[in-house]
Design a protein. Structure first.
Length: 267
């Protein structure tokens, strides 16, 4: 894909520059492109002041010193890069799990993907979305989504200490209070992620998936379950993060919507 972003001609203020669209939608769309066969995509950016840009430079003339401001789409790129990585470093196969018929049901508030290795035989990551709008509910816990993952989806040598990282924010309309893995760039001008103790910055979790495990994703947020054990991108390595056609994957995963907010992914 030679160019994409949330809306043409620079995006739409209050939409393109939000956690809902600039962050969650961007990850979802990138993985959706991979699932249907795209191997690469360019997230379009423009000059200063455009709502869908990755970041904003300091005020004043070009080259002016000062702190940079990180915008929602930047977090999407970081999370996508980690979600697509594989242990062999060759590339990944992305499969849309069609949770709650999310491919066709416009009312679906959940979605999910399985990221396989380049051979399409081993699940490396699960990416799980909960788009529910907390403001529509009296208690945010009412819209948390629980995803049950089978033990067979995890490597025989890696079923414990499974890392789960969350892409979260203080709300769907949020522009700045966004976190990835409990770290954020809010009020950080040098581009180095810092730990954040705010309630919206969900810290990493470690799961024992020997007998299967459940991942609780609050609204609104995204979780990446590192089933293959690699939970940090090696930016100096040869990782290509290339997506291959999903038709070569071993589609051993089926998704069934059970009762309420429990979604079971089973073999």
């Amino acid at each position: 894909m030679s160019e994409f972003n949330s809306a043409s001609c620079g995006g739409v203020p209050t939409i393109s520059d939000t956690f809902a669209v600039g962050t969650l939608w961007t990850v979802d769309y990138a993985l959706q492109m991979a699932a249907v066969g795209y191997s690469a995509a360019y997230l379009h950016t423009r000059e200063r002041g455009i709502s869908y840009n990755l970041f904003a430079p300091p005020e004043g003339p070009n080259g002016n010193t000062g702190d940079w401001i990180t915008n929602p789409p930047y977090y999407a790129l970081i999370a996508t890069a980690e979600a697509l990585q594989t242990t062999d470093g060759v590339g990944s196969v992305v499969v849309d799990l069609n949770i709650a018929n999310s491919k066709t049901d416009k009312r679906a508030t959940v979605a999910g993907y399985a990221i396989y290795d380049s051979k399409g035989s081993t699940v490396e990551q699960f990416v799980l979305f909960n788009y529910a709008n907390v403001s529509n509910f009296p208690d945010s816990s009412d819209v948390a989504a629980t995803f049950a993952l089978p033990a067979g989806a995890f490597s025989t040598t890696k079923k414990t200490g499974i890392t789960v990282k969350f892409l979260s924010a203080s709300g769907l309309a949020e522009k700045y209070n966004i976190a990835w893995g409990g770290q954020s760039l809010v009020a950080v001008g040098n581009g180095i992620f810092q730990d954040n103790n705010a309630t919206w910055a969900i810290p990493n979790q470690q799961l024992d998936c020997t007998n299967g495990c459940s991942v609780n994703v609050p609204a609104a947020a995204m979780a990446v379950v590192f089933a293959g054990g690699v939970d940090k991108t090696d930016i100096k390595g040869s990782q290509r993060n290339v997506a291959w056609p999903s038709s070569i994957a071993n589609l051993a995963l089926l998704v069934l919507c059970v009762i309420g907010s429990l979604f079971v992914i089973s073999q």
